[in-house]
Ligand binder design. Structure first.
Ligand code: SF4
Ligand code: SF4
Length: 449
């Protein structure tokens, strides 16, 4: 088991650029580090009046963004100014949970003119960019739209730091939480095994466990402890194999559909708590549940396209422990095929009058999810990783997989370019995180030191 330094991380990064460009962001392979992986060079090719830094971090037990604001505020604010310059924004806003009083106070002293800090309620899913934009600006992004449709760009804290640091993205900040000896936030080389990150948190506290990647609400269950860390892995949550969250995230679709068909009593709780429905969007998960009782193509399924997959309906709202979120996800392709898109006037969208009062406090969510026994902390610690091997996936971002520009047997150094997006396709470059010899496979470049 690797040792974890107990000392808090000192201000880690002060070097970097004062200005950047779209070409430079593309060159560095910067993508949305909050989980979406959208190529930053594409996102910032727009002109808007406000840049919003998303520090809402609403997945239970994760602390990465808050820790970065605590320990790396200087490069963060520099990245913020770079982003504002790129998109011509007059205003920058840092959206952070109100419970982080000390960080808010420190930021308020540090922010330059034109940037302000907005304290957000400690609720889920405050980090959903549609909700965040509404809380910060009062504007509602239209269904299927983007923040730029309401004159804004939203960026994750770590993405902005990556811009300021001005080096190829070879490392990732992430929180290791749940059933581990020492919940921590770490800076790890991209491509190490998630098992290595868990060991750096002191290892699992139970012998039989499952791992959720990215958080517990919008999680992707890890197939194996050998799965590699990518540029979008913001959290690794270890839970006992018997924990209901592990069971639910692994439930097969046929089971979800069979139980849902017989047990849904159309109480509407899923819809009444749905944050996108409350924002005024045409999404009603209880209607998606009706579609289970009809043939494919039922009109009841249409109200699913604008589901953001936050999982609140399934994990919190439904009293019958059904899975309306998965039903929505399953129905989306059919809704798309039938062209069932929003055709109304975006200006007519009005948030629900009860929206503010139906926000789900994080404390209640943690209790409902059965996570109360785990330490809700993740201090950023220094931990030196010296992996002998890494697996750098060719697809760690939205868009097409990158195409290798190195060959098997090539010797590479940390920071070298390994792969680039195919010509004319959305994608991002990937770089080596360690020195070594490359082996190119269908989906990755392996590096062996
Ligand atoms: S909350 Fe559950 S039981 Fe109620 S309508 Fe939704 S899926 Fe059905
Ligand atoms: S997962 Fe459920 S609560 Fe979340 S947006 Fe989709 S339907 Fe609404």
């Amino acid at each position: 088991m690797a040792a974890v330094s107990g000392s808090s991380h000192s201000q880690p990064v002060r070097t970097g650029a004062a200005h950047t460009s779209i070409e430079r962001i593309e060159e560095l392979g910067i993508v949305g580090a909050g989980g979406g992986g959208f190529p930053a060079a594409v996102k910032f090719q727009t002109q808007v009046s406000v840049v919003i830094a998303n520090a809402a971090e609403c997945e239970p037990l994760l602390h990465k963004d808050k820790e970065l604001l605590l320990h790396a505020s200087e490069p963060f604010l520099r990245g913020m100014r770079m982003a504002m310059e790129l998109v011509g924004a007059r205003e920058g806003v840092v959206g952070i949970k109100e419970k982080y009083h000390e960080i808010i106070e420190a930021l308020e002293h540090a922010v330059p003119a034109g940037i302000r800090v907005v304290a957000l309620p400690d609720c889920y899913p405050a980090g959903d960019e549609f909700l965040l934009v509404h809380m910060v600006t009062g504007r509602v992004i239209p269904p299927g739209g983007l923040p730029k449709d309401v004159d804004a760009v939203v960026s994750n804290v770590e993405t902005l730091i990556n811009m300021a640091v001005d080096r190829p993205v070879t490392h990732k900040y992430l929180t290791v939480a749940g059933a581990v000896q020492t919940p921590v936030t770490l800076r790890v080389p991209v491509g190490i095994k998630i098992g290595e990150a868990i060991e750096a948190a002191g290892g699992a506290t139970v012998s039989d466990f499952g791992v959720l990647l990215g958080g517990v609400m919008m999680a992707k269950p890890a197939a194996s402890l050998d799965d590699p860390v990518t540029k979008t892995t913001g959290g690794i949550v270890v839970l006992p194999a018997t924990h209901s969250l592990i069971q639910r995230h692994n439930a097969p679709w046929l089971h979800v559909a069979r139980i849902g068909r017989s047990a849904c009593d159309q109480c509407r709780f899923c819809t009444e708590f749905c944050p996108r429905y409350l924002l005024g969007h045409p999404i009603e998960p209880h209607r998606a549940m009706q579609s289970l009782g009809f043939a494919t193509g039922s009109d009841a399924a249409v109200a699913t396209l604008y589901c953001c997959e936050c999982n609140l309906c399934t994990m919190f709202a439904c009293p019958e422990d059904l899975d309306p979120k998965t039903v929505c996800v399953q129905n989306k392709p059919m809704a798309r095929e039938r062209g069932l898109t929003f055709k109304g006037d975006p200006k007519s969208i009005e948030p629900h009058p009860m929206a503010e009062f139906r926000r789900v406090p994080m404390r209640r969510l943690i209790a409902r999810l059965g996570l109360g026994e785990f330490r809700n902390e993740g201090p950023l610690v220094d931990h030196v990783f010296a992996p002998r091997k890494v697996k750098i996936l060719l697809k760690q971002h939205a868009g097409a997989p990158a195409v290798a520009v190195v060959k098997t047997g090539d010797r590479v150094r940390a920071g070298d370019l390994l792969a680039a997006p195919p010509a004319g396709k959305l994608g991002a470059r990937v770089h080596a995180s360690i020195d070594g010899v490359a082996t190119v496979t269908d989906d990755a470049v392996l590096i062996d030191s």
